[in-house]
Design a protein around this ligand. Structure first.
Ligand code: ATP
Ligand code: MG
Ligand code: FE
Length: 338
């Protein structure tokens, strides 16, 4: 079974061919990061226009890199939410047109289901059930993956997503956009215990996250340093902030695995490529006797291979979408809209 997958939910135009669910034959990603760096963040209108410009050549390259023709494709999978509506529409329209013209079935995929499924690519032995921490630009979810396509969200953020916090703090300390990778890099030179930032607990839920308080604490610290005329050490602030985020993520996750009696734990999403976070989870999982799974960095940030994997499992379960498939910007995980 060959899945041609398309992803355009944010600022990556991507297409991929995946064979039998876990074998990536091609993974083409056109990143618009340079374009948006100028504005300090993703500008939705610019993203949509660039997707339109790039989508066809990205899809053609995915097919040619895989060495297959459109006729050999079994089904076309596409991200239809959540994400930026204009950006999503470009991928959805392209996928519908191609599937319709070639007479192939269409499978709509949830973007976060894609992020989680990225773990199947390099871990051929990973099968549900397991717990997955999804930390991306727009989401911070603790998810029980009960089966393929079956999810229970047991924890979520009450305010900012983890990636969003990285991006905002990076901007505040003058690192610029995109913040995650930059904080990751400068933190290696910094002392994570230099500044003590709060580890927020959320009332009423063991597994929910809150990162806006931490962001404010960093801003307050920067302001007070400025008022006192103290020069801040960028690397120390970055490392201390990063440590505070990681401590909370690891704490909640380990509590969840023990509560649910699962022995397998995975991470997913852009922030999952953070080197200190990976090291911290490696350590925590070893201590707790858990099997730890994580995608390579290229499969953590947005890509279409992960959509191809999720699309495969949806396809063999019988999921099909009609030609009226629409972009759903606030699609919920596990929710089905045709
Ligand atoms: P979502 O998947 O929630 O819709 P998105 O697709 O924009 O959002 P991703 O592409 O999964 O998000 O991840 C991008 C986020 O990951 C950004 O916030 C970015 O700063 C963060 N990120 C990327 N690399 C790293 C890193 N090495 N360390 C920390 N954060 C990182
Ligand atoms: Mg992106
Ligand atoms: Fe994403």
């Amino acid at each position: 079974i060959y899945i041609l997958a398309v992803e355009s939910s944010c600022d990556e135009t991507a297409a991929s061919v995946v064979r039998n669910g876990r074998e990536v034959l091609s993974n083409v990603i056109y990143s618009q990061i340079d374009l948006h760096t100028l504005y300090g963040g993703v500008v939705p209108e610019i993203a949509s226009r660039k997707h339109i410009e790039k989508i066809n050549q990205v899809i053609e390259k995915a097919l040619s890199d895989a060495g297959i023709t459109l006729q050999q494709v079994t089904a076309v999978a596409v991200t239809y939410g959540p994400g930026l509506v204009g950006a999503l529409l470009v991928g959805v329209s392209a996928a519908k047109a191609i599937a319709f013209a070639a007479g192939k079935p269409l499978v709509g995929v949830h973007h976060i289901e894609g992020h989680i499924s990225a773990n199947y690519i390099e871990n051929k032995d990973l099968v549900p059930p397991f717990i997955c921490l999804v930390v991306s630009g727009g989401h911070s979810h603790l998810v029980v993956v009960k089966d393929y396509g079956e999810y229970e969200i047991i924890g979520r953020t009450r305010d900012d997503a983890a990636g969003e916090a990285f991006d905002k703090v990076a901007r505040a300390i003058g690192l610029g956009y995109p913040g995650g990778p930059k904080i990751d890099r400068v933190s290696r030179e910094g002392n994570p215990d230099a500044v003590v930032f709060p580890r927020a607990k959320v009332d009423g839920s063991t597994y929910d996250f809150s990162f806006s308080g931490l962001k404010s604490a960093v801003l307050n610290y920067l302001n007070s340093c400025e008022m006192k005329g103290i020069e801040i050490c960028q690397a120390d602030v970055a490392a201390s902030f990063q440590k505070a985020v990681i401590d909370v993520l690891v704490g909640h996750s380990m509590e969840a695995v023990s509560q649910y009696h699962l022995k397998k734990f995975a991470i997913a999403g852009g922030v999952a490529s953070n080197s200190a976070l990976r090291a911290a989870f490696e350590e925590a999982c070893r201590k707790n006797g858990l099997e730890f799974y994580h995608p390579s960095p290229i499969y953590c940030t947005d890509n279409a291979a992960m959509i191809g994997v999720a699309g495969y499992y949806e396809y063999i379960k019988g999921t099909r979408h009609g030609w009226d498939l629409n972009a759903v910007p606030n699609l919920k995980l596990g929710e089905r809209i045709s």
